[in-house]
Design a protein around this ligand. Structure first.
Ligand code: NDP
Length: 312
């Protein structure tokens, strides 16, 4: 049981830890609740090569350990637990109540939400097996490792179109598997896909299995129009079937879009409730990068600091 604190941060990805670094250096004595996946989505990535400051690259788990150490260095208290309930105040200066693991209650003047988003997967056993060694849900993060190779992208929305055209610049060939007989992506994105010579679009195709030994060699697919199975030789398998922001526990309290991304006021991290700030992938459906999440975590801490200063 902790008495009322100044700042509670929910989530331990780049947004959460960056918010913690800034909040602790501002003497807000933040408490950070790590959540179900300490370190966030980056802990499922092998090499991170596009985060400035790591000229030789770094693995996702090590980078997140560094983030944690930096937050702890300035006094952030880190709790291993999951937020199971929140009761936010709607009054300026009101106290927010957050329940951890259904038992420990924390009362806080400000809350920074950095709960991230989770990429959707098909749910195949073989997909799980090759996660990080051929299976990825982020072309920008992992595409480079498949330079001059053949890869498969699954999905028919804007993300899939974007990932396929991104990969086409690096890879020898990109197969785009679409489960229906049409793409959901915007017309302009579709045109980009069809104008790219080394992308082959396969409509009415579903994935049956990811095949490999230590790494991926092929994808077994089903052509649902004539019920025939076939193998596609590929070393990379990219999912682009959408993301789900981890914001369920905030339903009915915070404004979110129809998918669940938290809505913040323009040029800030402010939600619809005073003292509650949102950062990272929980409120960003567009950029979704570690560096942009870290930037928005910084914004949230500065907004929380200013909010608290106005109360005094
Ligand atoms: P979407 O929800 O728009 O599309 C998901 C795609 O994945 C659909 O084609 C869907 O198929 C397919 N899919 C879902 N589940 C499965 C499954 N189990 N097996 C096979 N295919 C599946 O998600 P996106 O991430 O593409 O986009 C999210 C939002 O972000 C959209 O509003 C999009 O416009 C926006 N965005 C914009 C970009 C831009 O403007 N540059 C870039 C990226 C995203 P089906 O159609 O059959 O349901």
């Amino acid at each position: 049981m902790i008495k009322t604190i100044e700042c509670l941060i929910i989530g331990s990805g780049p947004a959460g830890y960056t918010a913690a670094i800034y909040a602790s250096r501002a003497n807000l004595n933040p408490v950070l609740v790590q959540g179900i996946q300490p370190g966030g989505q980056l802990t499922t990535t092998n090499d991170v090569e596009n985060y400035p400051g790591y000229p030789s690259g770094v693995t996702g788990p090590i980078m997140m350990e560094d983030f944690q150490k930096q937050a702890e260095r300035f006094g952030t208290k880190i709790i291993f637990g999951i937020v199971t309930k929140v009761v936010f105040s709607n009054k300026k200066g009101g106290i927010h109540t957050v329940l951890i693991d259904d038992k420990d209650e924390i009362k806080t003047k400000t809350v920074i939400i950095a709960t991230g988003a989770s990429a959707k997967y098909l749910g195949l056993e073989s997909e799980k097996k090759y996660m990080g060694s051929g299976v990825s849900a982020c072309a920008v993060c992992d595409g480079f490792f498949f330079k001059n190779q053949d890869v498969v992208v699954v999905g028919g929305g804007d993300s899939a179109a974007e990932e396929a055209t991104y990969l086409a610049k690096l890879c020898n060939k990109v197969y785009l598997l679409i489960r229906k007989n049409q793409m959901r992506a915007s017309k302009i994105m579709q045109k980009r896909v069809f104008d790219t010579k080394n992308i082959e679009v396969l409509f009415n195709h579903e994935t049956l299995e990811v095949i490999g030994d230590k790494t991926v060699h092929a994808i077994k697919v089903m052509d649902t129009q004539n019920n025939t199975e076939k193998m596609i030789d590929a070393t990379g398998f990219f999912l682009a079937i959408g993301h789900s922001p981890n914001t369920k526990i905030f339903h009915n309290q915070l404004k979110m879009d129809e998918v669940g991304y938290l809505i913040t006021k323009p040029d800030s991290s402010k939600t619809n409730l005073p003292g509650v700030f949102a950062s990272g992938d929980a409120q960003d459906s567009i950029y979704r990068q570690a560096i942009t999440a870290a930037g928005s975590g910084c914004m949230a801490a500065l907004d929380a600091e200013r909010y608290l200063a106005e109360l005094n």
